[in-house]
Write a protein that binds this ligand. Structure first.
Ligand code: HEC
Ligand code: HEC
Length: 288
């Protein structure tokens, strides 16, 4: 348990865009060491939490948040909140990472974000805080399983083993080569950033990166391919090569094929071992 807490502390300081995150001012903890939601003075945790505070997850709230998430969000943002089903990756979302007890997620949802159930604009503050707890839990889960977060010394791997993994089990060479698109990558980034780049290459939503391509085949007529605009259980829309917006109802017989260029990297996080990861980082570092 202590080890885990330490990992999290390291994690918080390693997320590059949250360099301002520090554990210096931990939120007020309740008697059992759990964070208390309400301050003795009456203001909620949000009222006390500064930008530098880490969001401390309340397990019960996260549990309620999970139910709300399943009702309202899961169809698009997926079971691990990592996106890929039409919604973006919430674990890498700056809205979520900068959030403290609903401070960012609340205003974001209240602008009228699409949901599966009740209108987001009418969510209660409690429901927003519960959802925030659930999403922070998902971020923590990723940290716990991601070797990235034990990376004070990232260059401890074996470059040769990393190269073998790159061309073998890692299947990296399906999309990359040391003399092609990853040429010089070791000189381009510091080792720790290099590791982060290969574990999380997908930019936060709206920050560039490669579009998700979707091909829709209507019941009658030719298939249309373009950049995914939106997809849910009922509709799918794209922008085709001419920049034209096209939308369909997802009636039976309509085929939708999604090609997320970052999908391989998402899956990688679920299967890469610590050793592989250190070895790959060591190998990439040699590509100068
Ligand atoms: C119908 C699909 C859909 C549903 C349902 C949905 N979202 Fe989203 N969400 C998206 C899409 C698409 C984006 C990216 C575009 C945007 O910002 O609107 C997004 C973006 C977000 C972002 C911002 C990510 C970022 O950093 O830009 C947050 C936070 C978010 N959603 C939370 C939620 C929560 C919480 C719920 C449930 C209460 C929810 N969403 C339900 C599709 C959905
Ligand atoms: C199915 C294709 C695919 C596979 C397999 C794949 N990647 Fe990637 N990789 C991508 C895409 C797409 C990007 C993003 C490129 C962009 O945004 O321009 C990327 C980005 C990267 C980057 C960041 C490059 C930069 O300059 O920022 C690194 C490093 C990387 N991948 C390493 C790996 C390693 C190591 C593996 C194997 C363990 C791997 N990739 C497997 C498609 C793939």
């Amino acid at each position: 348990m202590r080890k885990f807490a330490k990992k999290c502390a390291v994690a918080a300081s390693l997320l590059t865009f949250t360099a301002t995150l520090s554990l210096a001012q931990a939120p007020v903890a309740g008697p059992a060491g759990k964070p208390s939601r309400k301050a003795p003075t009456g203001g909620g945790l949000l009222a006390q939490a500064g930008k530098a505070d880490k969001h401390i997850v309340d397990a019960e709230a996260a549990d309620r948040g999970k139910k709300a998430y399943i009702q309202e969000c899961i169809t698009c943002h997926g079971p691990t909140a990592r996106g890929g089903q039409g919604g973006s990756d919430l674990v890498r979302s700056l809205v979520v990472l900068h959030d403290r007890y609903g401070s960012e997620i609340g205003p974001f949802l209240k602008k009228g974000h699409r949901t599966e159930g009740s209108p987001a604009a009418q969510f209660s503050q409690d429901k927003i805080e519960d959802l925030a707890d659930f999403l922070h839990l998902k971020v923590n889960d990723t940290m716990r399983t991601s070797p990235l977060f034990r990376a004070q010394n990232v260059l401890i791997g074996d470059a040769k083993a990393g190269q073998a993994y790159f061309n073998g089990d890692g299947k990296c060479s399906q999309c990359h080569s040391s003399t092609g698109n990853l040429k010089g990558v070791g000189g381009k980034y510091e080792a720790i950033d290099l590791q982060q780049r290969f574990l999380f290459p997908k930019p936060a939503f709206g920050r560039g990166g490669k579009p998700t391509v979707v091909t829709v085949t209507p019941v009658t007529g030719a298939a249309v391919t373009g950049n995914l605009v939106q997809i849910d259980d009922f509709n799918v829309s794209l922008r085709d090569a001419e920049g034209e917006y096209r939308a369909w109802s997802r009636i039976p017989g309509l085929k939708v094929k999604i090609d997320d260029p970052y999908a391989a990297h998402g899956e990688l996080l679920d299967r890469i071992s610590d050793k592989n990861m250190h070895d790959v980082t060591a190998y990439l570092e040699t590509l100068k």
